[in-house]
Design a binder for this molecule. Structure first.
Ligand SMILES: [Zn+2]
Length: 117
């Protein structure tokens, strides 16, 4: 009933992070969408969506990339974190003064729809 509301954001449910096996996910969000009820121009129904890590079989893999913070050289994306870190080890051996690195973790996410309200 009424007009559609803007997307709402909120905290994750308690215990969510411990329920997944991927590395700790940062702040994820909750959104709301609405749909006009068929045949009614003045009536909407709502459902909330929650952005969660995508652990489906067809999800993109989690990938790790390490970048040297001194020279900005970057290793290849790798599904294996240890392999991504090995690139940094090799970089340090080749450049003994390059001590600082950045790790980029790409984690697939998807919106999970809730029930229509
Ligand atoms: Zn470097």
């Amino acid at each position: 009933m009424g007009r559609p509301s803007p997307v709402k954001a909120g905290p994750l449910p308690v215990g969510y992070l411990s329920a997944v096996s991927v590395p700790a996910a940062p702040q994820l969000s909750v959104g709301t969408s609405c749909q006009r009820v068929a045949g009614r121009d003045d009536t909407y129904r709502f459902r909330e969506f929650q952005l969660i890590p995508d652990t489906e079989n067809d999800a993109e893999p989690i990938t790790y990339i390490v970048q040297c913070a001194v020279c900005e050289e970057t290793g290849e994306p790798n599904k294996d974190q240890a392999a991504a870190h090995a690139w940094a080890t090799g970089r340090l051996k080749a450049n003994p003064e390059h001590y600082t690195y950045r790790e980029f973790i790409t984690r697939p996410c998807r919106f999970e729809p809730g029930a229509w309200q």
